[in-house]
Design a protein around this ligand. Structure first.
Ligand SMILES: NC(=O)c1ccc[n+]([C@@H]2O[C@H](COP(=O)([O-])OP(=O)(O)OC[C@H]3O[C@@H](n4cnc5c(N)ncnc54)[C@H](O)[C@@H]3O)[C@@H](O)[C@H]2O)c1
Length: 271
């Protein structure tokens, strides 16, 4: 007979912060964690415990204030997931600067936990060719410069506008890689990692995959031979593991949960 897990009766729930919790992947993650008995502080621009606009400096400041007050000053995990896919400068503000501000702003609260974890949601779109000027502005940390470049792309051709999303996700993946092993993260015993989903059925993608023709076009751009387009709960399981106590040693990894698009697009080039 397998004995009952000894830790269960003694284990205390962990406190998670999930951004973008009102919809899609964020909502699925919040629901999974709550089902597992964890305490979750949901953050979104609407329908959340903490309602803030992560595209603005005021919203980001308010996020830290409200989470500090709701948590009592200590949290165990952050899932920085909120994002936009529109070809606008707001996508730059939310996907990169909002996400980095979430991670950096909440890091002091994570440092109060004995088992802190952080993860951000990038995308397989980080593999698409970026706009080099926007990427450089993002990585330099200059929001004004990045927003200015995004405005130019947004006002250009549809192809130029479409570079914005993938460029924000590439910058975020690089930011994770450049920061995960530093004193602030690894040095403070905080695993910092990312996930890169393929095409997931959420309100973000519903208008892009509504018809068989659109799904065919999408699968030409994002080949997913392993089980195709999938449900947000699959990403939630991975996010939950990356932010669990079990994950003590992954550092700066971006895990592609993409049905195979990374393997097909990059083949052997990551080695
Ligand atoms: N759906 C996909 O196929 C897919 C693929 C790869 C990556 N992603 C990424 O996954 C994350 C979640 O996307 P989703 O598909 O669940 O989309 P979604 O649109 O269903 O959810 C995104 C959530 O982010 C919130 N949000 C947007 N702007 C905000 C702001 N300024 N302040 C606070 N909250 C804000 C939205 O209100 C929404 O609830 C995003 O970062 C997205 O880029 C999604």
């Amino acid at each position: 007979m397998v004995p009952a897990p000894r830790g269960k009766a003694l284990s205390m729930s962990r406190t998670y912060v999930v951004t973008g919790s009102a919809s899609g992947i964020g909502r699925a993650t919040l629901e999974l964690l709550v089902e597992r008995g964890e305490k979750v502080i949901g953050v979104d621009i609407h329908d959340a415990d903490v309602v803030v606009d992560l595209s603005t400096p005021d919203g980001r400041e308010s996020l830290v204030e409200q989470v500090t007050s709701l948590s009592g000053g200590s949290i165990d995990a952050v899932v920085a997931n909120a994002g936009l896919a529109s070809p606008t400068s707001k996508t730059v503000a939310v996907n990169f600067f909002g996400t980095v501000a979430t991670l950096e702003g909440l890091r002091p609260l994570l440092a109060e936990s004995s088992t802190p974890r952080a993860v951000a949601v990038t995308s397989m779109a980080s593999l698409f060719p970026p706009d080099d000027e926007l990427l450089a502005a993002l990585l330099s940390g200059s929001e004004a410069q990045a927003l200015e470049r995004a405005e130019i792309l947004a006002a250009g051709t549809p192809e130029q506008g479409s570079l914005i999303y993938g460029t924000t996700k590439r910058a975020l993946a690089l930011w994770i890689r450049r920061n995960a092993a530093t004193a602030e993260w690894a040095g403070a015993n905080i695993p910092l990692n990312g996930v890169a989903p393929g095409v997931v059925e959420t309100p973000m993608t519903s208008s892009m995959i509504a018809t068989p023709k659109q799904r065919e076009e999408m699968s030409a751009m994002v080949p997913m031979p392993l089980n195709g387009i999938f449900e947000p709960r699959s990403v939630a399981y991975l996010l939950a593991w990356l932010t669990s106590v079990e994950n003590a040693h992954l550092c700066g990894q971006v895990v592609f949960i993409d049905g195979g698009s990374d393997v097909i697009i990059r083949q052997d080039t990551t080695w």
